[in-house]
Design a protein around this ligand. Structure first.
Ligand code: ADP
Ligand code: MG
Length: 694
């Protein structure tokens, strides 16, 4: 399978010289289980050991290299105290200190009367210069053994820089030159080094700039990683396209009926999305399309019309949601419309058991149920369709690719529509899906009033509370969101509870409700119900309301310590208001001295409600890794590429991958063979296997 040239790189780290089981565990934690992981473990910063002041001038805390003469050794009187070695240069004395010292070793390395270069951090105790455990002790004639610029790697507890550096060097020794997989013209134009030279360069930086994301060597490696990612996606996609699909192009009879039943007219982007979906379904290849639109943009109707197309053709459709609540919400909004068209819809979740479930499955297998809406329960083996033609998956990120395939396996040539409310910036989209077809719902249904977003310093909290008082006099429903203190859920709770008590005092018992994550579901529901239907005008909440609360009457939101929230979170929170036809207001209250980034976030929130604009800004401000909770979302985690910086490289890799698959679909040319190695190098083995079998 894997080419022989890479065997040594995919050996366990324990195979490196000097790495036993204990260190291997630490290295695994810091970088990964294989030798190759060490190659991808890039320096975080550089240390400049070329800075060599006189002892008396050494700035405290900074790495310096001092040339001193050894004067005297002071072995410690007891084990708890350090071994000290007194040295000096013309400017004054320097004491080297060592805990748990090996006396013989120190006498050998630091003979009295000799001249030595010592490199490390200097601290001053009672104006006496000290250096604890120097990183290097060398006679001046051996100074070449000490790199002037030293890479500093991210570590893990228990792992020393020396061990990690040695391991990285061991890993570099295992590399050999590999045939170039990059397009020769592109490679030349970029002025990038060859693969192995690039690796050697990033691990032996000659300056601070050499480890930056724009250094040629780093760009080359980032491009390699992105190309492997894009090529793997292109291969998978090309294979999917080759699979025969079915021509699904109904007579529009059901859709015409549903359209008459709709209490509203479709938006321009809903119509456009349905056109694109319709064209995909009518083609004899398989549809794999993403439907992207903010919360409330009206994806469900689009899904319904796509499903009705399949039903018009005599087939069935399925809609898969990540949670029972979401499945039920879809069911509730789809069932009345479908009923009116004489189309039978059913809901299947983990709750369905026994006889009713059996009856449902029988009707599904007989083709009487045309549209099945449900959760993971749809994957169960005994769920059989008569003829599943198309499937809609809501919130793709919570489902893995194999689950998508499991669903496809329940029919023949099933057309797939994936819906997501997460506004994913273009570059991230590319990294996750490659050149996936995308339809976007950009315009909100008409009648929605924009949310008036304002900023207020928390020194004005009293004024804010007074304004809220006036609002609830006028029957407004208000969310009051309390700060998120990430390190401590308990503190979150304290803050919310305090605010709850405080507002209750101000506005009276019964006017304020509280919900938080630690409450039992029933308590939460009861508090929510009193907020929705009762007298309570204010709902104090921790971020639990971020997920799944729908109170169209709510028109005001206060977010305390808004500077502590991420952009995506603020956007999700604010999405809870402005859902009805009344004007809404969002007050972002911030604490003292917000950071510059926090100020940018708040400003962005004030300026736009467009989820895509917000997501792009989020990408710029945070870097892709933490974006929108990507870590949980199944978006790839790059080690060499930083898509906040390397967006253009990503686009270039996408184009490159597309051309490669067009010209050499089996990767059999010489460059194609080199590209196979690249895929293995970045562990896209599955893609190579796809090539072979397909
Ligand atoms: P999403 O799934 O994208 O979050 P929904 O499909 O749940 O959004 O739609 C949100 C609400 O907007 C629903 O009540 C739906 O009936 C309504 N809606 C959808 N499309 C339109 C439209 N074109 N005009 C007016 N209201 C619409
Ligand atoms: Mg929805």
């Amino acid at each position: 399978m894997r080419p022989e040239s890479l065997f040594a790189l995919f050996a366990p780290v324990e195979s490196l010289p000097g790495i036993g089981p204990r260190l291997a565990k630490l290295l695994e934690k810091a970088s990964g289980p294989h030798v190759v992981d060490l190659l991808w473990h890039l320096p975080r910063e550089v240390l400049d050991r070329g800075f060599s002041p006189a002892v008396a001038d050494a700035p405290p805390g900074r790495i310096v290299t001092l040339t001193v003469t050894v004067e005297r050794h002071f072995p410690p009187p007891d084990k708890r105290r350090p071994y000290r070695v007194l040295c000096r240069d013309d400017s004054g004395p320097l004491t080297l200190t060592f805990f748990h010292a090996d006396k013989r070793y120190l006498e050998r390395e630091l003979p009295v009367g000799s001249e030595r270069m010592v490199s490390g951090r200097v601290e001053f105790y009672r104006s006496e210069a000290q250096m604890a455990h120097p990183d290097y002790i060398l006679p001046p004639e051996q100074r070449a053994q000490m790199p002037a610029i030293e890479p500093v790697y991210p570590l893990t507890a228990g792992l020393t820089p020396k061990v990690l550096q040695k391991a990285v060097h061991g890993a570099l020794d295992r590399t050999r030159e590999l045939p170039e997989w990059q397009d020769p013209d592109y490679h030349t134009r970029q002025g990038w080094p060859a693969w192995r030279d690039a690796l050697l360069a990033v691990h032996a930086p000659s300056s601070e700039a050499a480890i930056g994301p724009l250094a040629p060597a780093r760009q080359r490696l980032a491009y390699d990683e992105l190309l492997a990612n894009q090529l793997a996606l292109a291969i998978t996609r090309a294979k999917a396209k080759r699979l025969p699909g079915r021509v699904i192009d109904g007579d529009k009879s059901l859709r015409a009926m549903a359209l008459r039943e709709l209490p509203f007219a479709m938006t321009g982007s809903q119509i456009q999305a349905l056109k694109e979906i319709g064209a995909d379904m009518a083609a004899d290849s398989r549809m794999l399309r993403l439907l992207q639109g903010d919360v409330g943009s009206g994806k469900t109707v689009v899904a319904l019309f796509a499903m009705l197309n399949a039903v018009e053709c005599g087939g069935q459709a399925a809609l898969l949601a990540p949670t029972e609540i979401l499945a039920r919400q879809h069911y509730d909004s789809i069932a009345p419309l479908a009923d009116a068209c004489g189309v039978r819809v059913a809901l299947l979740t983990g709750r369905d058991k026994g006889k009713p479930r059996k009856a449902l499955l029988a009707d599904l297998a007989a083709g009487e149920i045309k549209i099945l809406i449900g959760t993971h329960a749809i994957f169960q083996e005994d769920v059989d369709f008569q003829d599943l033609m198309m499937a809609v998956i809501d919130e793709q990120h919570r489902f893995g690719v194999h689950q998508r395939l499991a669903l496809a396996g329940k029919g023949k040539g099933v057309d797939m529509l994936v819906m997501t409310a997460t506004p994913i910036p273009r570059t991230l989209m590319l990294s996750a899906y490659g050149d996936l077809d995308v339809s976007r719902l950009t315009d909100k249904p008409p009648g929605r009033k924009p949310v008036d977003t304002r900023l207020a310093a928390n020194t004005r909290l009293d004024e804010v509370a007074s304004a809220i008082g006036r609002a609830i006099q006028g029957d407004a429903k208000v969310y009051w969101v309390c700060p998120l203190v990430e390190e401590s859920e308990v503190l979150d709770l304290v803050a919310a509870t305090e605010r709850f008590e405080d507002l209750k005092q101000r506005f009276g018992e019964g006017r304020v409700e509280l919900v938080h994550g630690k409450m039992k579901a029933a308590e939460k529901d009861a508090a929510m119900a009193r907020f929705v239907e009762g007298d309570a005008g204010i709902l104090v909440a921790t971020t639990v309301i971020e997920v799944g609360v729908n109170v169209p009457e709510a028109t005001v939101m206060v977010i305390e310590h808004a500077e502590r929230f991420g952009l995506a979170q603020l956007h999700q929170l604010r999405g809870r208001i402005g859902r009805g036809d009344k004007a809404s207001t969002c007050l972002l209250v911030y604490g003292p001295n917000p950071t510059e980034t926090a100020q940018r976030r708040l400003k962005t929130m004030r300026e736009t409600e467009d989820g895509f604009v917000i997501a792009e800004e989020d990408l710029r401000l945070r870097g892709a890794g933490e974006l929108l909770g990507t870590r949980q979302s199944g978006l790839p985690d790059f080690r060499l590429a930083d898509i906040a910086v390397h967006g253009e490289l990503m686009a270039a890799a996408r184009d490159d991958a597309r051309l490669i698959i067009e010209r050499d679909p089996d990767l059999s040319s010489p460059r194609g063979k080199a590209l196979r190695t690249l895929l293995y190098l970045f562990e896209r083995d599955v893609a190579v296997a796809t090539l072979r079998s397909g």
